[in-house]
Design a protein around this ligand. Sequence first.
Ligand code: ZN
Length: 261
Amino acid sequence: MNYYFKSVLVVIVVLLFSATSNAQFPRFKVLAFYSKKVEPAHVEFAVDAIKFFKDLTVGDGFVFDTTSNMADLNDAKLKNYQLVMMLNDFPHNQSQRDAFRKYMENGGGWYGFHVSAYNDQSTNWPWLLDFLGGGVFYRNNWPPMPAKLIVDDQNHSVTKGLPDTFISPTNEWYQWKPSPRERKNIKVLVSLSPENYPFGLKDIIPDGDCPVVWTNTDYRMIYLNMGHGNRIFSDATQDKLIIAALRWVIETDKKGNVFKY
Ligand code: ZN
């Protein structure tokens, strides 16, 4: 074998190997949006969340890209990702809203935390309200506190293996009106235990239904109300929930692609 032929062979083997690798890794790609210019406790959460999810990419199982530029919420960028994560922000203008809606209606995935579901009378985006289950922000507890949570359904992939109840670390908790649970297409997985009531010192949630984790079964989406301050990733039970939610929301897209782990 002459030198030239050997070199060609090496190149072919390298190309074949990299082609095979590309077919397997990454299994999926996540684009996480976050802002550095919002409430400091929401920035703290985003910084912790980015570290947490980046740590899970060990072995190139998936790609976790981040951006603070909401203009990245456009068709050309989104087509490269199987999941959009909103850590502490939401679309800012009509073109970003349109791109997000189109992405979700075509089988895209969404994993939202805390303020990403915030909406009030001034939001004026009926599609988002429907997407989230019809709940407008109603009230919150203050200061941020740990809470006893109830696991509503232990058979769902997101909550399988969790205890009936657990104490979730310090967070600011939101209550919605009406409760998303009232919608048929909303599946509530975790909610605030009534044993917390009256909940708060300055601002108080006195009573009522308070879903914390839910999915709209018309979309590939999941929402977790956690996302305030630097304690969110300090509890193993909650970390397990957060990871299970990622696995579940990426697992099957509406085009029938199933990602096995
Ligand atoms: Zn907050």
